[in-house]
Design a protein around this ligand. Structure first.
Ligand SMILES: NC(=O)c1ccc[n+]([C@@H]2O[C@H](COP(=O)([O-])OP(=O)(O)OC[C@H]3O[C@@H](n4cnc5c(N)ncnc54)[C@H](OP(=O)(O)O)[C@@H]3O)[C@@H](O)[C@H]2O)c1
Length: 433
């Protein structure tokens, strides 16, 4: 029998103890041994809990960390501290650790993996990215023979739900966010999700594995979805695109990578474009395998428990020789976002006067930006809404041109700028001018 200690009995912790009980027969058949939850750490003993946890609760972390009979510690509390210190202590005490904590893994992975190595134990974190979707182990094992060229994914269910609602129900951002909160998909303080920070932590973990180099969340360039307006969704739709919050990392030279979380206009035929509501998906491009996509529920009690329990079973099986090691042996440079190239959609408002468009085009031309398409949309009063799409340009050039455009007397504002996936030859067909 393998004894485990669980730290945290919230959404995921409850799913884990319930799944271990419900599927105990198949789990012990597959493992060759039974798993016994010996202790569960919580903050509040008076809360109503799942019956599966009866008689196991404790308020003292030492009851798990110092118990010699406990071989595996499962950290499901969330947050940076005290979770990180508990994980450290468990590893120092030569216990395998399973965690779903993207914050701790993305920020402190290096220190913790080194410690796990030193202690000869495993640190497993499948549930920290993509909830129930198997992605960490497939990247480390099944795709291990590939050089990864690119990963791109929808890694945050809350923002994907909001964008789906805006696209399909015509809701504005605030309405869609309120609906997500009502359904429990968004926290009362949703900033981490809508500003892209949650996706950035997950992308830091994925890109570290994909490119064998330690990427921390502060290296990821991040834009959130809070500036997306119904007009952007509408114009994207008219052009055959959907707007998604895409987390992507790709090799841009022998020794450099680009790591970005930002809203992107994806062709409606793009595989990530079909990912709706709270679902997540990760598209991996390897030099041998080509493109593979992983799709499923990126959060939730049982999907996340599915990944955590698989890690517990793996930790239970592992002697030293079967461990999945830390794979960050290289040191690649993350490029400055200014050098990253993309096509861009720009929506701006300007006075409907002769010569305005040529001044705007002039600013683009001076910064080596060629336009693939310009459409004049609604005119209200004497103000016209203009939508433009560029060819591939460095972000730095675009920012410089937009700074000049914002200063033009006849330009009211630059309402939004969104990356557009794909090469120009993929074809945006509009009214060229
Ligand atoms: N929820 C998901 O769908 C999901 C998906 C993927 C990954 N994750 C990750 O899984 C982890 C857990 O998420 P969750 O949604 O299950 O969180 P949660 O519902 O907020 O539960 C947290 C649990 O940890 C306990 N806890 C928190 N701080 C503690 C402390 N200082 N001492 C002792 N116990 C403490 C809480 O105790 P009390 O019950 O006594 O308050 C609670 O039982 C997080 O790292 C999260 O990012 C979650």
């Amino acid at each position: 029998m393998i004894n485990i200690g669980i730290m945290g009995l919230g959404t995921v912790g409850t799913g884990v103890v319930e799944l271990l009980e419900k599927n105990q027969h198949v789990i012990s058949q597959r493992l060759g041994e039974a798993i016994n939850v010996k202790k569960i750490l919580v903050r509040d003993l008076s809360k109503k809990r799942t019956p599966c946890a009866e008689g196991k609760l404790t308020l003292r972390a030492e009851d798990i960390l110092e118990d010699e009979e406990i071989n595996i510690v499962v950290e499901l509390m969330g947050g940076e501290e005290p979770a990180k210190s508990y994980i450290k202590k468990a590893l120092q005490n030569k216990k395998h650790v399973v965690t779903a904590n993207k914050e701790v893994i993305s920020k402190h992975g290096k220190e913790l993996f080194e410690l796990a190595e030193k202690s000869g134990v495993s640190l497993l974190f499948e549930a920290s990215v993509g909830g129930g979707i198997p992605i960490i182990r497939p990247m480390k094992q099944c795709l291990a023979a590939n050089r990864i060229l690119k990963i791109s994914g929808i890694l945050n269910g809350t923002t994907n739900y909001i964008l789906t609602q805006m696209e399909e129900k015509g809701r504005n951002f605030e309405e869609a966010l309120r609906e997500a909160q009502r359904l429990g998909y968004a926290e009362s303080d949703p900033s981490d999700d809508i500003k892209g920070f949650d996706a950035a932590r997950k992308l830091a973990i994925l890109s570290s594995i994909a490119f064998n180099t330690r990427i921390t969340p502060d290296k990821v360039y991040v834009e959130g979805i809070e500036r997306i307006e119904p007009e952007d969704i509408k114009y994207a739709g008219e052009l055959g695109y959907s707007i998604k919050l895409v987390a992507s990392a790709r090799k841009v030279g022998e020794r450099e990578i680009e790591v970005i979380v930002a809203p992107v206009m994806l062709k409606q035929s793009h595989p990530l474009s079909a990912v709706r509501d709270v679902y997540n998906a990760i598209l991996v491009e390897g030099d041998a395998v080509g493109k593979v996509m992983f799709f499923g529920q990126g959060a939730g009690k049982m999907p996340t428990a599915s990944a955590v329990v698989a890690d517990i079973m793996d930790a239970a099986r592992q002697g030293m020789r079967r461990r999945i090691y830390c794979t960050c042996y290289d040191e690649l440079k993350v490029i400055d976002v200014g050098s990253s190239t993309s096509r861009f959609y720009i929506r701006l408002k300007a006075k409907d006067r002769p010569g305005v468009l040529s001044k705007i085009s002039g600013a683009f031309g001076e910064n080596d930006i060629s336009l693939n398409m310009v459409i004049q949309k609604d005119v209200k009063g004497n103000v016209a809404e203009i939508v433009m799409v560029t060819h591939q340009v460095p972000f730095r050039n675009l920012q410089k041109a937009l700074d000049e455009i914002k200063d033009l007397q006849d330009v009211e504002n630059v309402a939004n700028v969104i990356r557009v996936e794909g090469a120009t030859s993929d074809g945006i067909h509009g009214n060229h001018r």
